[in-house]
Design a protein around this ligand. Structure first.
Ligand code: NAD
Length: 353
């Protein structure tokens, strides 16, 4: 594969590969767009089988951040970093310091933060080499764990979707949740408090039992979640949960959850719309986390404190955007993922001009 011909390249502004001989660091920093401000997106550490896999992941994730940040109306473009390595065995302070030097070399066009395999403690090492890092802990600008804010947005977005689809609130509505990790567990508690009936699954038995005890949720096996008799399906585990195959098994009319990249392809989004289902585009409904990170960057740049009221204002605005997407989808008879994409691209084009 060559870079520019890669299906995932899609107009990236820059793609940077760094190797540090001393620590063995191999990292790719992809900057898809800075049209709306410096790119912001987390750093993922993963034992990719090949550097081609790492590049493809970096490009896909980076482009997705452009769309997420544009729709959330935060002053950031999209970017993402990947470190090739096993987070259980290959981490060291020196490696993350070297990663910080790579971020610094991008010259402020990319802000990093945590993602899969990277913790706030790792970011402290990154901070020794660059100031372009958010997601830190224990200082006045720190944003803390983004998961509760993400889950808050998902809860509000799910309630909005249910209102559009069924015309009522969540009391008595059955929601099937796939994955009760950070986001899924918070979401389950909010739904339980709102009177929803829950069916949950996870590959982690301990997490599953803990959430079931707190919420009275019914537990099903991981694969059985696609056959549950529910009104709403909330994917909160890994990406790609909704394929043409799983869609043929799903009963819920509403799909609204926190996971990234829920649709295996755009074809699946078209298919579920044609079947009369309502899908809350993932990068819209789960934008709370990046809003939280943007608030930290804002505070760091201003030398001030983290401002939760800014986060709430942006999250409320994002929910109005989601409402507009649902309304336009109904009026224009077009899928929600298409309309969300148009909103993001229009904002990026306005930013460029
Ligand atoms: P997490 O790792 O804490 O939780 C994911 C859960 O899914 C885990 O409990 C895991 O055991 C479970 N899981 C994995 N494979 C599964 C399967 N096949 N069936 C059922 N359960 C399975 O992650 P998280 O932070 O809660 O994030 C969940 C999703 O939301 C991810 O897709 C993430 O990218 C996305 N997201 C998270 C945030 C955030 O603020 N944490 C923000 C935006 C998007």
């Amino acid at each position: 594969m060559t870079l520019f011909e890669s299906g995932a390249f899609e107009g990236h502004e820059s793609v940077n590969a760094f190797f540090d001989e001393k620590t063995g660091l191999k990292t790719i920093i992809a900057v898809h767009s800075t049209a709306l401000g410096p790119a912001a997106g987390g750093c993922r550490m993963w034992p990719y089988a090949t550097s081609e896999d790492a590049l493809t992941d970096a490009l896909r994730l980076s482009r997705a951040m452009s769309y997420k940040n544009a729709v959330a109306d935060i002053p950031h473009g999209g970017g993402k970093a990947v470190i090739i390595g096993d987070s259980r065995t290959d981490k060291s302070c020196a490696l993350f310091e070297a990663f910080g030097r790579a971020v610094e070399a991008v010259g402020g066009r990319y802000w990093t933060a945590e993602d899969v395999g990277v913790s706030p403690a790792d970011l402290l090492s990154v901070r020794r080499s660059t100031r372009f890092v958010a997601g830190l802990e224990g200082h006045i600008a720190a944003s803390g764990d983004p998961s509760p804010v993400t889950a808050d947005g998902v809860f509000r977005g799910l309630a909005l979707a249910a209102k559009h689809a069924f015309g009522g609130d969540l009391d008595g509505v059955t929601v099937a949740i796939q994955g009760v990790g950070h986001v899924g567990a918070f979401l389950a508690e909010r739904l339980h408090a709102a009177g929803a009936k829950l069916v949950i699954t996870d590959v982690n038995e301990t997490a599953l039992r803990a959430v079931a005890e707190r919420t009275g949720a019914r537990i099903v096996a991981p694969d059985a979640i696609f056959d549950v008799d529910a009104e709403v399906f909330a994917p909160c585990a890994l990406g790609g949960a909704i394929t043409l195959d799983t869609l043929s098994r799903l009963k819920p009319r509403v799909i609204a959850g926190g996971a990234n990249n829920q649709l295996a392809s755009a074809v699946v989004g078209d298919a579920l719309f044609a079947e009369g289902r309502l899908y809350a585009p993932d990068y819209v409904i789960n934008g709370g986390g990046i809003i939280n990170v943007a608030a930290e960057i804002r505070a760091l740049e201003a030398g001030g404190a983290f401002d939760p009221t800014w986060v709430e204002a942006k999250l409320s605005q994002l929910m109005r955007t989601l409402d507009e997407i649902f309304l336009r989808s109904a009026n224009e008879k077009r899928p929600t993922h298409v309309i969300a994409g148009e909103i993001a691209r229009t904002r990026m084009a306005e930013g460029r001009s």
